[in-house]
Each structure stands twice: as structure tokens, then as C-alpha cells.
Ligand binder design. Structure first.
Ligand SMILES: Nc1ncnc2c1ncn2[C@@H]1O[C@H](COP(=O)(O)OP(=O)(O)O)[C@@H](O)[C@H]1O
Ligand SMILES: [Mg+2]
Length: 422
């Protein structure tokens, strides 16, 4: 059986850590082997579990349940020490203070990549029925999930690595500050890592669940996160509404306003995410700390004996449709296809900007941007029309005539082949 990976994300304080730990405790009590990991630097998993959790060794928390708090600074030093030292020494060589140089050597996005890689290693180990990832607040997590694809998927990423390759040739003559073998080894494994991560994150075993509360801002943020995840082809399979005030309890007049307001937002959430499953959890009368209380939260959450590990929603996010061929005045025939990208929650047509550059289509939807790498079948085609309809962006392509066929060489570039990065 493949390992199921569930990533809980959402705004700060909505209950990501609690819901992650509740799911993990429930699933472990059902006899499955479970690992719960946290990529939040706040290290609140230990607090919620009521037990110290290691950053290195898997900490046993209950029968079948192990925990790990990912420490990105530690992972960085462990995996990228040579790389960091070289970048820092390069800055220092230019007269930059060593503490500033050390800061600069932390390349943006690297900690996200190393956290995700830690998850990938556990996924590949075959030791687990399920891995649950509790994450930092939404913004960081979306970056975490999109980074490998951003870097490896678009032209920007390819250029990024070309710079490093050029760098190695450039620095060789300067013997006094030449990168050593560790540097190249680490840059190479970083590239392979990103390649692997960008396919891992969109594979069938992995899905994201968004945790929110029935309040205005979390609802808005959750919709934006859904749009973003869909653009990156990352599956969202459920929404968890946490901290609902129990209606059946007598809360007193003071809470009437809040109960009504929550009811309104619950309707909004229903309308927005339907037909995606929505799980609900009430605001408990105590803080759910420790395995026993967490397991009970989990039991209420998946009350109707639903398997918490199920893939609850599996809508395709990107697909290609054939269109009728275009017949020219000279009876020539142009094959036409439509690349469909599911992007929920874009109301305003004006908000979409599309540009087609080489192997990528650049999509700007409001404040969200993405390069969609074209599937092979569309590489020799031109974008000739697009529109947005029922949550789906439709990009229509017509095949170019053979004589203007362009060489698309990067796939054959040995630099990008999985094994031979030299
Ligand atoms: N259903 C709930 N009932 C009562 N308290 C909750 C519930 N869910 C979360 N909490 C409490 O709310 C606080 C924030 O929850 P936490 O899981 O740490 O959120 P996040 O990880 O999203 O920041 C914690 O003190 C937690 O114990
Ligand atoms: Mg948390």
C-alpha cells in the first residue's frame, strides 16, 4: 500500500496543529502506522501533543504514532553546509561582514525545499501508512508547496541553474575562492531534489486540507489558497471548519450574535466549496491538548465512520481537450486543442492576463501568478484564444505549420536529465 500524505494548511490560529494531531491520533488508534511532522518554526506540535518532539529522531507518541518537528536551520546545515559556506565566503571575499554574509547565504525558499524533502524521504521509506504534515500559516505553506515547481517548472528556474553551472566555470580560475566538491555535490543534489519534489507534490497520494474558522478573514484566505493550489495542480480534498460554537448548548444571549454570524459564514463556506466535503469541529469546552482529547476531536470530525485517509475529492485540475480542426481557405487543416486549467474563485474576467512564452504560459489571476508548463502535445502550438468559464480557464492552441517548427531542446539538456547533472 502506498503511503497517504495529508497536508493541513490554513490561517494562523484556526487549528491546523490541533486538527493534524487529532487526525493522526485517530488514525493511529485504528491501527495504522502514522507519522506526524510539523514544518512550522513555531514548534507548536510538541505543545499540542503535550510531549517534547525531536527534530532528528522520530519521537514515539502513542502506539503506531511517531512525531517529528522539522527544524529548517538544522536541516539546512545538515544538507547544505558546503553550499552555505561557499556562498558566505564569496560575500566575505567582497568585504561583506561575516554575519551579514551568513544571512545572505540562506537562499530564499531553501528551508521550504528542505522541509518538503524531509517529508519525501519518509514517504519513500515505506515505513508509514500515513504521513500528516502540520504547516506554518498559509502564505509560507503555499510557498513551500509551490517552490519546487516554480524553480524547476518555469524558464526562470532553468536560468537559475544555468547561472550556477556558469558560476562553476567562472570561479575555477580564481583559485583562492573556488567552490569545493561539497558545493557542487550539494547544488547537484538540490536540483535533483527539486525535480523529485515537483512531481511528488502533485502525485495521487498527496492532498492538502484547508482548516478555517467560520469568520470573514479565514473564509477569504481559504478561497485564495484554493485558487493558488489549483493553479499549481495541487489537490485539495477537503475543508475543515473548526471552532464552531455548539448551537444546541445554552450559551446565553451574549453569544447570540456570534452564533448567528458563524451560521452565515458556514452557509458561505458551504456555497463556496460545495461539492468538496466539509468537515466540522466544534469549539471544545477545554483546549484539546494530549493524545486522548485529540483523538476525541478526531472522532467527532470524522464522525460518520468516514475513513480519514480517503481521497475525498479528486477533480482534475489540468487537462487537454481536442477541438474541431481549423480548415484554411486552401483546404489546409490545423489541429486545435484546448488546455483547460481549473482555477476556482475568479469572478472578474478583467483580472486574467495570459502570455505565451516558449514552453510556458504565464497566468496572472488577480494577485496570483503562475507559469503553466505546457504539456508536450502543445509544445508546437500557438495560443490563439482564451476565456474563463465556470471556474475553468480555457487556453486554445492551434498547431504551427511544420516548416516553422522550433527546436525545443531543454528536455534533452544533460544538465536537466535526472541522473547526469554535471
Ligand atoms: N476545536 C477546538 N476547541 C477548542 N480549542 C481549540 C480547538 N481547535 C484549536 N483550539 C485551540 O486554539 C489554539 C490554536 O490552535 P492551533 O491548532 O495551535 O492552531 P494553528 O496551528 O492553526 O495555529 C490552541 O490553543 C488550541 O488548543
Ligand atoms: Mg500550528
Amino acid at each position: 500500500m502506498p503511503t497517504r500524505v495529508i497536508i493541513y494548511s490554513g490561517k494562523g490560529g484556526t487549528g491546523k496543529t490541533t486538527v493534524s494531531a487529532a487526525t493522526a491520533s485517530l488514525v493511529a488508534s485504528q491501527g495504522k502506522r502514522v507519522l506526524i511532522m510539523s514544518s512550522d518554526p513555531a514548534h507548536s506540535l510538541s505543545d499540542v501533543m503535550g510531549q517534547a518532539i525531536s527534530r532528528d529522531d522520530l519521537t514515539p507518541l502513542a502506539p503506531n504514532l511517531f512525531g517529528l518537528e522539522i527544524d529548517t536551520i538544522y536541516e539546512m546545515r545538515k544538507n547544505m553546509g558546503g553550499f552555505q559556506r561557499f556562498i558566505a565566503s564569496t560575500y566575505e571575499g567582497r568585504g561583506i561582514d561575516s554575519s551579514v554574509a551568513a544571512e545572505l547565504s540562506n537562499q530564499p525558499g531553501m528551508d521550504e525545499i528542505l522541509s518538503l524533502n524531509r517529508l519525501l524521504l519518509e514517504y519513500r521509506s515505506g515505513n508509514w501508512d500515513c504521513i500528516i504534515l502540520d504547516t506554518a500559516p498559509t502564505g509560507n505553506t503555499l510557498r513551500l508547496l509551490a517552490y519546487p515547481e516554480m524553480i524547476i517548472g518555469g524558464n526562470t528556474g532553468k536560468n537559475f541553474f544555468r547561472v550556477y553551472r556558469g558560476f562553476s566555470n567562472f570561479v575555477r580560475p580564481f583559485k583562492n575562492n573556488a567552490p569545493n566538491d561539497d558545493f557542487f555535490k550539494e547544488v547537484n543534489s538540490l536540483m535533483e531534489m527539486m525535480n523529485d519534489l515537483s512531481s511528488f507534490i502533485v502525485n495521487d497520494d498527496v492532498s492538502v486540507r484547508l482548516v478555517l474558522n467560520p469568520e470573514k478573514l479565514p473564509v477569504m484566505e481559504t478561497k485564495r489558497a484554493y485558487t493558488f493550489l489549483s493553479l499549481y495542480g495541487i489537490r485539495l480534498d477537503a475543508v475543515v471548519v473548526n471552532k464552531i460554537l455548539p448551537r444546541e448548548k445554552k450559551l446565553g444571549a451574549y453569544f447570540d450574535y456570534w452564533v448567528e454570524l458563524q451560521a452565515k459564514y458556514l452557509d458561505d463556506i458551504e456555497a463556496a466549496f460545495n461539492p468538496m466535503p466539509i468537515f466540522r469541529s466544534i469549539l471544545e469546552d477545554v483546549e484539546p491538548i494530549g493524545i486522548e482529547k485529540l483523538r476525541r476531536v478526531g472522532e467527532h470530525l470524522f464522525a460518520d465512520k468516514t475513513d480519514p485517509l480517503a481521497q475525498f475529492y479528486d477533480r482534475p485540475l489540468v487537462w487537454v481537450e481536442d477541438l474541431p480542426a481549423q480548415i484554411g481557405p486552401d483546404a489546409s487543416k490545423k489541429v486545435r486543442r484546448c488546455l483547460c486549467v481549473y482555477i476556482p474563485f475568479i469572478d472578474d474576467h478583467q483580472e486574467l492576463y495570459i502570455t505565451h512564452l516558449g514552453t510556458d504560459v504565464h497566468v496572472t489571476a488577480g494577485r496570483i501568478q503562475r507559469n503553466v508548463s505546457l504539456p508536450r502535445i502543445l509544445l508546437n502550438s500557438e495560443l490563439d484564444n482564451y476565456y474563463y468559464e465556470n471556474g475553468v480557464l480555457k487556453l486554445e492552441f492551434a498547431e504551427k505549420p511544420p516548416e516553422v517548427e522550433e527546436e525545443i531542446a531543454w528536455e534533452d539538456d544533460p544538465f536537466f536529465s535526472r541522473s547526469g547533472v554535471n
